[in-house]
Design a protein around this ligand. Sequence first.
Ligand SMILES: CCC1=C(C)/C(=C/C2=NC(=C\c3[nH]c(/C=C4\NC(=O)[C@H](C)[C@H]4CC)c(C)c3CCC(=O)O)/C(CCC(=O)O)=C2C)NC1=O
Length: 169
Amino acid sequence: MQDAITTLIKNYDVTGRYLDRDAMDRLKSYFETGTARVQAAAAVNTNAAAIVKQAGSALFSDLPELIRPGGSAYTTRRYAACLRDMDYYLRYATYAWVAGNTDVLNERVLAGLRETYNSLNVAIGPTVIGIGILKDIVRTRVAEAGIENSAFLDEPFDHMIRELGETDV
Ligand SMILES: CCC1=C(C)/C(=C/C2=NC(=C\c3[nH]c(/C=C4\NC(=O)[C@H](C)[C@H]4CC)c(C)c3CCC(=O)O)/C(CCC(=O)O)=C2C)NC1=O
């Protein structure tokens, strides 16, 4: 698992370079957003259950066929698995904010996920929509918590949407 700092150091170490101006700028921007990253994670943390519930309601009201017979969230077991997955996406997004890096998502969330979903007949398109809904709710909540300087918020959600949404893998 990589974070903003280990990734940077690794890149410089590979070529035996001292940290230069560019490295300083990148580190500076990471440290400058550091408090906001942790605050955003804390704001989500205390509201996680409500956020997941709200996102689930929005997803199932946008796509009611998911919870009808034949839908991929039909039956209580699958419904619960879907909300649990949404909770995973949310929790790992907060890790990625703090790490300043999306590597944790590749390693812990996205690896093999598409294959799992395909083999269990879980709809990927609606999952991508669900992650987008989570992103919007989180943005609103973090803004309500008065956290500024939060340009990093969308990044992990966009990363998961991009990786999961790709159709050519
Ligand atoms: C931390 C990383 C991690 C992830 C991401 C993860 C996902 C994950 N979701 C699963 C199932 C599932 N995921 C869903 C999800 C949905 N159904 C829908 O209609 C919606 C579109 C969507 C919710 C947004 C469903 C319904 C299942 C159950 C499928 C089945 O067993 O029939 C499974 C199969 C095993 C299980 O049921 O637990 C995995 C591994 N597991 C992990 O450990």
